[in-house]
Structure formats: structure tokens, C-alpha cells
Unconditional design. Structure first.
Length: 366
């Protein structure tokens, strides 16, 4: 039996590099030219479609020994103005069944160890080169936000030579697809509820394409507009990584605020309020970018994919949590500000009383 499915597995890794970026890097990165990302053109997109255009670097391909022999691995890097970087690694495959792809979740190369270690080392090199462009760069990279996309170029023909429709294929192979997305070696053990829940977030435009998104992985069928679909997934993954980074910053700010309130004295307010304003501005810009992603897409196909990803990643819940923490932080410092006002009012009252006593004493003395 020949190979039924041909395509590539795309590994997407997002790292938070810095609090913010000062300007756009120019010239070279990792000895390769830096270019602006260019979106593809398809019949689904309007002529003047808006895309967020991060800077991108295409690295030379590598020959690696994968699960099914030697393969050419393609890598690319995207730089985002919010102080993050996304690394994309694309590994081709040819398999007989969907179940064979489960092993690609945690792929290791025979010559270089695990892919996560190689990507982390690559991200560290990028961080070191971009330090001059970073505002408050991280001293060490934290755990990456990873997402795996299984891309099948086209579905096989039926035994009678008839065309297989993507949605019909999904309904027939729903349990196997759910096993692939949830990294289950034996998909037969999955319940109907889990199989349905893992594959319910799917979108199809043509009868031959399909996009199924889950929390940790996605399946894409069809080659038309594949790069744009992957770009949208990268954006959602970066949004998640940045929201987690901002949440950590707010946690630290809240801890400092609680200490200030417990001490009963006002700290150096100028730096505190400046940091709070910076966080608000960054979050506003991040929200604007999210709106821009879903705002100018003609038939909304890519926006619908992003909406499904946002639901899977709970991006709305992340925003709500961060907004509540910002509100709490503002209220805490309002308490400290009110304490300061009360202190000055008391000083003013004492001063007035003292002046009155002095004036009375002068009158009596005269």
C-alpha cells in the first residue's frame, strides 16, 4: 500500500524577548537578511487586504534524519513589535494513516537531539543579537509557547476514483483526527464526547480544504492559502505568549502594591505610575493588533480561523483577567494616593492651628 497522506508538520514556537522594542531591526539576523512579511494572494482575500506585517528571516534549510528517513527541514523567524519572536520549523512527511502522525508531536532528530532544545538555542541566539533593540530585555528566555500544525496537502481519492470531500472525510475519520490532535496513540480509546469536542472547531471554505483547531495542535487540509493560515496561527500563539508575559508583570506589580499598602506608607509614586501607564499602553497596542488581525479580511475566512483559535486559547479570558488586575492595581494606588492626601490635609490643619496659636501669642505679648 502506498503513502496515502503527504504534507508537512509545522512547529510554531513563541518567545517573549523583552518588555518592548525600540524601532525595527535592520540588516541581518543570524547572518540572513531581515525582510517584511508578505501575505499571499488568493481568491478568498480582497485585493487590499490588511495583514499585520512582522519582520521575517528565512534560514537556510537543513538536512535531518526524521522518523521516516532524511528530510529537508525549513525554518523561519518572525519578529514582532511587542517584544516577542516566533520560530517556525517545517518538517515534511509521507504516511499511510493519520495515526502515524501522532509520533510527530515530540519529534527528535538523530543528529541533533530534540527539536525543543534546538529551537531554544536558536531563540537564545536571536535574543542576544536583538538586545540593542530591546527595552528591558529578559535576562533568560522562559518556557516557549508551542503549537503544532499538521498540514495535509490533499486527501486521497476514494477506491472508486471518486473525489473525497473534506467535511465528509472529517466525519468519517473524526476519532483518528481527535487522537492526532490530543496526542493519543490509540484513538479507539477516546470517547465520542472527546472526539467530538476536539474536532468541533473546524472551518471549510472549498470542498477540498479544512482547518481543525484544538488547544495544543491543529490540522490543515489543502495547500491554497496555507502560509496565510499558518501566519494567523502564529499571531494567535504570539498573542497568548504576550498575554502570559503581561500577566506575570502584573502579578509582580500587584505583589509590590500589596506590600506598599501593608506598610502604610507611600512609595516612590512616580516610577510606579510610569510603569502602570506603560503596561496600559502596551496592552492597548496589543488589543489594537488583535482587532487589526480580524478587521480587514473580506469574506472573514482567516478571521474565523483566528476566532476559533482565540476560543481555544481563551484569549478573551486572558484579557478579562488582565483588565481586572489592572483595575485592582489602580484601586490599590488610589488608596495610597488618598492616604497621601489625608496626610497633607492633616499637616495643613496642624499648620493653620499653629499659625493661629502663634498669632494669638503675639497679640497677648504685645
Amino acid at each position: 500500500m502506498g503513502k496515502a497522506y503527504k504534507g508537512e508538520v509545522v512547529y510554531i514556537y513563541a518567545f517573549d524577548l523583552a518588555y518592548d522594542m525600540k524601532g525595527k531591526p535592520s540588516g541581518m539576523l543570524l547572518s540572513q537578511p531581515i525582510q517584511d512579511y508578505t501575505a499571499g494572494q488568493s481568491k478568498r482575500s480582497p485585493k487590499n487586504a490588511f495583514f499585520y506585517r512582522p519582520q521575517t528571516v528565512v534560514l537556510p534549510p537543513q538536512r535531518q534524519k526524521g522518523p521516516d528517513g532524511d528530510v529537508e527541514v525549513r525554518r523561519s523567524v518572525k519578529l514582532f513589535s511587542v517584544g516577542s519572536v516566533s520560530i517556525q520549523v517545517r518538517v515534511p512527511f509521507e504516511v499511510r494513516s493519520i495515526g502515524e502522525l501522532v509520533g510527530y508531536h515530540d519529534i527528535s532528530f538523530a543528529t541533533g537531539g530534540s527539536m525543543e532544545n534546538e529551537v531554544y538555542e536558536l531563540a537564545e541566539n536571536i535574543r542576544r543579537e536583538l538586545i540593542p533593540y530591546c527595552i528591558r530585555p529578559v535576562s533568560k528566555l522562559t518556557q516557549e509557547e508551542a503549537y503544532t500544525v499538521f498540514c495535509i496537502y490533499e486527501l486521497p481519492q476514494a477506491a472508486e476514483g471518486e473525489k473525497i470531500y473534506a467535511e465528509d472525510w472529517l466525519m468519517t475519520n473524526r476519532r483518528e483526527v481527535a487522537g492526532l490532535l490530543t496526542e493519543e496513540q490509540d484513538a479507539a480509546q477516546l470517547s465520542e464526547q472527546e472526539a467530538g469536542e476536539s474536532t468541533e472547531q473546524y472551518i471549510s471554505y472549498y470542498d477540498s480544504d479544512l482547518v481543525v483547531v484544538d488547544w495544543d495542535a491543529a490540522l490543515v487540509v489543502g495547500r491554497d492559502g496555507l502560509d496565510d493560515v499558518l501566519h494567523i496561527m502564529e499571531l494567535a500563539n504570539v498573542q497568548l505568549a504576550e498575554l502570559e508575559a503581561y500577566d506575570h508583570i502584573l502579578d509582580e506589580s500587584l505583589e509590590m502594591a500589596y506590600r506598599d499598602v501593608a506598610r502604610g506608607r507611600l512609595p516612590a509614586r512616580q516610577n510606579i505610575y510610569r510603569n502602570l501607564r506603560e503596561i496600559n499602553v502596551d496592552l492597548a497596542r496589543l488589543s489594537d493588533e488583535l482587532l487589526n488581525i480580524t478587521k480587514f479580511f473580506g469574506d472573514w475566512y482567516l478571521a474565523r480561523i483566528f476566532e476559533n483559535l482565540a476560543n481555544r486559547f481563551h484569549l478573551g479570558d486572558w484579557h478579562d483577567v488582565i483588565d481586572e488586575k489592572l483595575k485592582t492595581l489602580g484601586e490599590l494606588y488610589k488608596i495610597l494616593q488618598q492616604d497621601r492626601v489625608n496626610l497633607w490635609m492633616m499637616i495643613l490643619e496642624v499648620t493653620i492651628v499653629l499659625l493661629f496659636i502663634i498669632d494669638l501669642a503675639l497679640l497677648i505679648w504685645r
